[in-house]
Design a protein around this ligand. Sequence first.
Ligand code: WT7
Length: 597
Amino acid sequence: MKKSSPGAHIIKKDLKKFPKIPNVTNYEEAYKNFSWEKAEKEYIDFFPDGTMNAAYNMIDRHVEKGKGKKTALLFESATGEKEKYTYEDLRRESNKFANVLESQDVEKGDRVFIFLPSIPERYIAFIGILKVGAIAGTLFSAFQEAALLDRLADSKAKILITNAVLFPRIQKIWKDLPHLEKVIVVERGSLNQPEEKNLVFYNKEMEKASEKFEIVHLSKDDFSYMLYTSGTTGKPKGVVHAHGDVLQALVTTRDVLDVHDDDIYWCTADLGWVTGVVYGALGPWALGATQVLFEGRFSPENWYKVLEENKVTVWYTAPTAIRMLMGSEVKPKDYALSSLRHLCSVGEPLNPEAIWWSLEAFGLPFHDTWWQTEQGSITIPNYPIMDIKPGSMGKPLPGIIAAIIDDKGNEIPQGEEGHLALKASTVQSLMKQIWGNEEKFKSYFVGDWPAGHSLGDAWYISGDKAYKDEDGYFWFIGRADDVIKTSGERVGPFEVESSLVECEEVVEAGVIGKPDELRGEIIKAFVVLKPGIEGTAELIEKLKLHVKKHLAGHAYPREIEFIDKLPKTRSGKIMRRVLKAKELGLPIGDTSTLEDY
Ligand code: WT7
């Protein structure tokens, strides 16, 4: 069936009503006139020899241009202490950290991973890693040994930066990580430091380190950071990004998030996920913005206080958090939030109700933005100046070509559902590699590719299904694969199944995402037990705890159901869509490949 936009409730925008003129005042004009070459000349500083470094563009150039005293980071710790870092401070600290890394023989291309809570050292380390030309890997602090081992082993990480609280998880797996030479321990927040050989202590090394550092000269295509992300099959894959990504990160922070020089900007995402890297570091700092970092946990009180006390003007957050705020007894009207000027959301579908709520609660609508880890920056957003059609993700970024295509890469008519795809060569921040897995990398593209190192005319296939309406707005329908999005975090069913199968009572498990009003989806596991084992409530708790403790705190199944047999293809692959259809009471669909069930 041909789809068109639901139409009725469009939020109209009027340039005259903006308290501050947005950085893009006419989307159609911007789309027509935009060129990445022009943007690069305007926004990116190259060294005289034609090379570059993202960290220089994030920090040092602002200091050289006289903005060294501007606040770069407003930090509040979990226990309420506040710290302020200027661009000059971040330059000095990251230079020192780059020297610490060099003293540990870190070289261009080495993998250096960061496993820390949201404290300034995490960011200083990140910038320092880019300065030496190593590849920064960031890890979510809820990861447990299994998730850590997969990532550190696959990337052959040489150095890891962590703290005393998180170190025990590394200690358990270090013997299985022959490439991990040293662990740098950040002392903040803990009196008792671990003892073990090959530990290096942050404060001690930083005290000795010089404040001067010659930033390593790189090309736009040299690797900057990598993040492991989940697909349907196999272990998480290392998505590798390059220094040149900083251009699209900056342009989108400026034009989509609409960050101005005097804004106080807060991106709530953790540096362990791509939004935290790109919009909590790369983009805002490359633009020279002032941003907030809050170490504490989410709660409506905590977050409203952060917004109020810092007088946040631009806020980038996620649908699950918005839904939790909507459902809370704690109301925004009890806080002084009039500084807020522009609100954006990412990570999962933003329900129209959330937009209606935010209009009432803050007098401002949330603007949905769509992109993925692999894409490295926003690609389909709602611009501030664009009329909002609640439920739509928006329109393509100027400079980027997006389309709905069929399996063969042909564009399909407007209004019909298909694969949401981007013309690969138009996405400046597109991943450069899947670490050590060329075949997987290639599987993302259809069409004329690869031609040497160029992306040719190929389409990058997102794995999302969508349609485009009569006005060029894109509407999200769902994933084309079995990837689960729970509270905005991407979880591969295979990882959870593997973790469950580690339990002695379990024969096998099939894992799906089950729609959930608050979390978008929750993880549900169907588990087959060994003969004679009883599926008790205690066992359910035991299995949940196992996944929480060994894989990751956020990736455990909130629901577990015991069944006798899993639906499988004749070749033995678990058919998760059959489990999902049964769970939701939907038709099972094509079962020609299903073995007797
Ligand atoms: C997947 C990518 C990009 C930063 C965080 C997520 C889903 C993302 C939206 C949106 C509907 C969305 C898609 C996508 N997704 N944004 N605005 N509306 N779905 O990055 O973890 O790589 O996940 O998140 O399914 O493919 P990620």
